[in-house]
Design a protein around this ligand. Structure first.
Ligand code: KG4
Ligand code: ZN
Length: 356
């Protein structure tokens, strides 16, 4: 039995978790900062860092207490060290290094997006690999071929706005507030997904990369009039707003489905898994599940509590890195960017410009 303490501070959730053997979650404490950032309409990096500093100690203590484990019972400490807001990541990385040194336990640096790709496997009796993993989060939309937890190949990635970012920006355009994804989903329930024909940007027909900035701009001009960025919202009825939300959501889902199926046919893999904050969207989960059923593919969505940011997925993927001896030293650094395409980590740290 191998017990990992996971720590996650890459964006606006302060989280710690205790996970056994990469699948049994003994505790997963998440302190959300949504209330702190809501009035600014998005995450303010300095506020996020400060809140992580204030909350992380007690979040870790709670995770250990709920799991009924002391330092002696922890085999290693896994921490998100990329990608994310560097000032936020550094808080978690520093805490993890300190505990690693004080307790004499190994340290593991975990890629947040790859942990999202792994998250659908948490709690499954049989590992789902190999699988095509669709990760839809606030900062990234990625397709991976996960051969096994420590062998993950990037097939496609965001070239501009990620899916979650598009949901958040469309929520702002529609005057809904922050964070936008759940609010757009709620409004879309009363709308007709075929009412407005928003663009489905596929890029090259065989491309597995994603671009959602075009659909966001299409929503903006649909609301205000072509080339205009204000003045139109007040003129829309509740029904029209719901139709826009539903049609926008459908256009995102259509692109995600088509590209995921392209990845399936290109690799011949028979299992699809779904993770990341946008994976909490029930319409997306249902649509991908139906598509997989119709093609006789196995499908697993991450459990709802492991879709948005959490440390359970960090501890879970960290377990597999630990078993392979993929350990970090006390010089572990934090990076704004994800691993480079096709699984090659950049040789030098990326400029710490605070963008995720
Ligand atoms: O994975 P996550 O918690 O953070 C990042 O790693 O970025 O994803 C957050 C994103 C936000 O953009 C949020 O609006 C979106 O996930 N999201 C949703 C839903 N719940 C969260 N998007 C659509 N529908 C939802 N129900
Ligand atoms: Zn995330």
């Amino acid at each position: 039995m191998t017990t990992i303490l996971g720590i996650e501070t890459s964006c606006d959730e302060t989280s710690a978790a205790v996970v056994v053997d990469g699948t049994h979650v003994r505790s997963n404490i998440v302190a959300s900062q949504v209330d702190l950032h809501a009035k600014y309409g998005g995450v303010v990096p300095e506020i996020a860092s400060r809140a992580h500093i204030e909350r992380l100690d007690s979040v870790i203590e709670e995770a250990m207490a709920v799991a009924r484990v002391t330092a002696d019972g922890i085999d290693a400490i896994a921490v998100t060290n990329r990608p994310g807001l560097v000032g936020a990541l550094v808080i978690g990385v520093t805490a993890a290094k300190t505990l690693s040194w004080a307790w004499g336990k190994p340290l593991i640096g975990v890629d947040h997006i790859r942990a999202h790709a792994y998250s659908p496997a948490i709690g499954l009796a049989t590992p789902p690999w190999p699988a095509i993993a669709l990760v839809v989060s606030g900062g990234h939309t990625s397709l991976f071929l996960v051969r096994e937890p420590t062998s993950i190949e990037v097939l496609g990635a965001t070239i501009d706005d990620a899916a979650g970012e598009a949901f958040d920006k469309v929520a702002t355009i529609l005057g809904l507030g922050y964070p936008g994804g759940p609010l757009v989903e709620k409004l879309a329930r009363d709308g007709d997904p075929t009412a407005v024909d928003f663009p489905r940007t596929m890029l090259d027909p065989q491309s597995l990369d994603f671009s959602f900035s075009g659909v966001k701009t299409a929503v903006l001009y649909h609301v205000h009039g072509h080339g205009r960025t204000s003045g139109g919202l007040e003129k829309l009825s509740a029904k029209q707003l719901a139709d826009i939300a539903a049609s926008f959501q459908q256009s995102i889902i259509d692109v995600l489905l088509r590209k995921t199926m392209l990845a399936v046919s290109g690799t011949g893999v028979g299992t699809v898994v779904l993770g990341g904050g946008v994976a909490a969207n029930k319409t997306l989960r249902g649509a991908l599940e139906r598509e997989c059923q119709s093609r006789n593919l196995t499908f697993h969505a991450a459990p709802m509590s492991y879709c948005t940011d959490n440390a359970a997925m960090i501890a879970a993927l960290g377990y597999h890195q630990f078993m392979r001896g993929d350990l970090a030293g006390l010089d572990l650094d934090a990076y704004a960017s994800a691993h480079e395409r096709h699984g090659i980590a950049p040789a030098t740290p990326v400029v710490h410009d605070g963008t995720a």
